[in-house]
Design a protein around this ligand. Structure first.
Ligand code: A3P
Length: 284
């Protein structure tokens, strides 16, 4: 079913994210103090971050990441299946979400639950998603990258506008229980990011354990790990050539945008992100 659900004016993939679950997340779900929540806009490196967090939790032991599918280790709260898993799960729970802030459970805002918010250059998240959805039977496919850029800039894509997502969640950036990370920094200094996450979670790992986290969360290891590379996805959802682990680089958008598309994107970016301090985003 190549269809969208529209909830509060935002599009969601109908077969993965039912309206009823969105209502439940918004109004019923109770965040617990010992929850750890991974938040991202789609294609920002979500699964990489989940893999790192799982490995930190096991002190670099790869048994868990090699035996349990990534979506069962950190269920997506807005998916029907993930929601059902999470409400039955004993704590401390690890969970993932792509929801914009205003649709997330209000109980988060009075809780000490830890949140990691990962951001990626929207141009790269766009290109990543463009190639991803072309090989998936989940949502309507654009006829070209140009069309997809138009949809993206208007927020007419699943999970809505990147700009609103970032603006919303970044309003929590001064909170002690909220860690902001950037995909670009993770690429440039992965070990530094792993240590930052350990500090945030209050985990002390030995140097050999940190090295193990680094090794098993690498692009190559994740690509070969069937529990993390999405090869276990339902067969009817994927087309030949589908892969989560496409390139794993920064600035791939430069290989795909025309000069005019890049200029149009910049214009919208400057307008929508006005007011953030200079140097806020590592790619600018
Ligand atoms: P590309 O399509 O640009 O390669 P998400 O997990 O949010 O769906 O994001 C997927 C993107 O993260 C893909 O980007 C994928 O290659 C990249 N990615 C996943 N694991 C990675 C890793 N270990 N190192 C670097 N990038 C990774």
């Amino acid at each position: 079913m190549l269809d969208y659900t529209c909830f509060e004016g935002i599009l969601f993939p109908a077969n993965l994210v039912p309206k009823e679950t969105l209502q439940n997340v918004c109004n019923k779900f109770v965040v617990k103090e010992d929850d750890l929540i991974i938040l991202t806009y789609p294609k920002s490196g979500t699964n990489w971050l989940i893999e790192i967090v799982c490995l930190i939790q096991t002190k670099g032991d790869p048994k868990w990441i090699q035996s349990v599918p990534i979506w069962d280790r950190s269920p997506w709260i807005e998916t029907g299946k993930g929601y059902d898993q999470l409400i039955k799960m004993e704590g401390p729970r690890l969970m993932t979400s792509h929801l914009p802030m205003h649709l997330f459970s209000k109980s988060l805002f009075s809780s000490k639950a830890k949140v990691i918010y990962l951001i990626r250059n929207p141009r790269d998240a766009l290109v990543s998603r463009y190639f991803f959805i072309r090989k998936l039977n989940i949502v309507k496919k654009p006829d070209s990258l140009g069309t997809y850029i138009e949809w993206f800039l208007k927020g007419n894509v699943a999970y809505g506008s990147w700009f609103e997502h970032i603006r919303g969640w970044l309003s929590m950036r001064e909170c002690d229980n909220f860690l902001v990370l950037y995909y670009e920094d993770m690429k440039k200094d992965t070990m530094g990011t792993i240590k930052k996450i350990c500090d945030f979670l209050g985990k002390k790992l030995e140097p050999n354990e940190l090295n193990s986290v680094l090794k098993y969360s690498s692009f190559q290891f994740m690509k070969e790990n069937n529990m993390s590379n999405y090869s276990l996805m339902e067969k009817e959802l994927i087309l030949t050539g589908f892969t989560l682990m496409r390139k794993g680089t920064i600035e791939d958008w430069k290989n795909h945008f025309t000069v005019a598309q890049a200029e149009a994107f910049d214009k919208v970016f400057q307008k929508k992100m006005a007011g953030f301090p200079p140097g806020m985003f590592p790619w600018e």
